[in-house]
Design a protein around this ligand. Structure first.
Ligand code: SF4
Length: 434
């Protein structure tokens, strides 16, 4: 069996090690200078309103910058950085804000790199087996895609590495479609990865994220770079480093089945560090109470009178992020008295089984799914796709829940405080050096 090379290199604050990671897996073997190169980092969200620890959440600027320098040295002149950061005006989240915030315009000025916001399209409709998805044309037109995901866990797909990072190349409507009531999310992720087939994947493991993929996860300094010309091999290695088995990851298992590949890493040749020396088992899931009435924090605080079932795969990123905020607001609003027999539903398919004084329906999808539900006593729609923060707080208050946005602000400050005074967490890794 022919072995696939995967580099596993310590970063150790040495930029030269990014070069080593690329060289050890012959990353530029198929790259000729005239090729159109597209870099796809993971800049899933941006936030200029609240404390935003980026460790393990987004690709570091140091990896992006060094990759650009290597490409220039290789003679490449047509280089694009492309991403579609979640858009939210309340916190100035968007691709260009993220690019500016990390100093990417310097790459434009100094190296002639094009900065592309995939949220703006255009898109091309691509047919798959049984569904179609709109994929950003600049990605489809690239000759050499370099995929730059982060080494992180994910609350529904367990890991979000090379394959999952490419979901960011879809039009928003298609991203939403992937959280489908009947087709598993992992199938979409596998098909997108198979279609785009990046020429090089470099997993940025300078930081790794426990209970990712967002800011409420806990980052660790893993200090690793994982690179391969084969995205599947890179993801298998990344999954093992996160202490998980590749056969437990739906999209990897699907890819292995379709391409007759082993899932135990036996076709992978690791170049550099020994994998077993760096395994860092991280958690991907959030604990929920046994009766599914809320997160385990509800149990710890003795909260009752509320039924908040666990999110399912149909909830997409916009609602998922705000779902965490909603839970923090409810924890802050708890006075020691039971809530008034209320229920909260999220995602696209959950139906109330009745028995509650009020059913809060979070987002347009779940409002639609319960429109004609006769079991609901009083429906409280929280409209939006996703809902706006101010509407969430206002509606809770109108229904006697004393939610205070400051509780969420303090929570975010506490997330950022986790990393303060710890020299292994370096904010400058997220800024391009001018
Ligand atoms: S309402 Fe929420 S779950 Fe529905 S499409 Fe919008 S963001 Fe996704």
């Amino acid at each position: 069996m022919e072995l696939t090379k995967v580099s596993l290199v310590k970063f150790a604050d040495q930029r030269a090690n990014i070069r080593r990671a690329v060289e050890k897996c012959d990353g530029f073997k198929e790259l000729t200078p005239e090729k159109k190169v597209l870099l796809k980092p993971n800049l899933v969200m941006w936030d200029e309103a609240l404390p935003y620890p980026k460790f393990g959440v987004i690709t570091t600027a140091v990896v992006v910058e060094e990759m650009v320098k290597l490409l220039k040295e290789h003679g490449c002149s047509d280089i694009t950085i492309a991403e579609a950061t979640t858009e939210d005006k309340d916190i100035n989240s968007g691709t260009m804000a993220a690019y500016r915030g990390m100093g990417y315009p310097y790459l434009e000025k100094k190296y002639g790199v094009k900065l592309c916001d995939l949220n703006r399209g255009p898109y091309e409709k691509i047919e798959f087996d049984g569904f179609s998805l709109s994929i950003a044309a600049p990605v489809l037109e690239a000759d050499f895609i370099i995929n730059l995901p982060v080494l992180k866990t994910h609350n529904s797909t367990k890991v979000t590495l090379g394959f999952k990072n490419l979901k960011g190349c879809l039009a928003r409507r298609s991203k939403v479609f992937c959280h489908h009531p009947e087709i598993p999310l992992d199938r979409f992720i596998q098909r997108i990865g198979e279609k785009l087939a990046p020429a090089l994947t470099l997993i940025d493991g300078i930081y790794a994220l426990d209970r990712g993929p967002a800011v409420n996860g806990t980052a660790h300094r893993a200090d690793l770079l994982i690179a391969s010309r084969d995205m599947f091999a890179a993801d298998v290695t990344g999954t093992m480093l996160l202490g998980m088995r590749p056969d437990e990851i739906g999209h990897l298992a699907e890819h292995a089945r379709r391409h007759d590949l082993p899932l135990d890493g036996s076709n992978v040749e690791i170049k550099g560090e020994k994998l077993s020396d760096h395994v860092m088992p991280l958690r991907w899931d959030w604990g929920w109470l046994e009766d599914n009435s809320g997160p385990t924090a509800f149990g710890r605080m003795g909260i009752s009178g509320i039924y908040y079932p666990k999110y399912d795969d149909t909830i997409c990123s916009g609602c998922s992020f705000l779902n965490n905020m909603l839970l923090i607001l409810l924890l802050g609003a708890y006075t020691g008295e039971p809530f008034g027999n209320i229920e909260f539903l999220t995602g696209k398919v959950a139906r109330s089984k009745g028995g509650f004084a009020k059913t809060f329906l979070f987002g347009n999808c779940i409002i639609r799914a319960n429109r004609d539900n006769p079991l609901i006593n009083e429906a409280v729609p929280i409209k939006g796709c996703p809902p706006r923060t101010e509407d969430i707080v206002r509606i809770l208050n109108e229904h006697g829940i004393n939610a205070d946005f400051d509780d969420y602000v303090q929570y975010r400050a506490s997330l950022a405080a986790r990393y303060e005074g710890q020299p292994q967490f370096q904010e400058q890794h997220f800024t391009i050096t001018a």
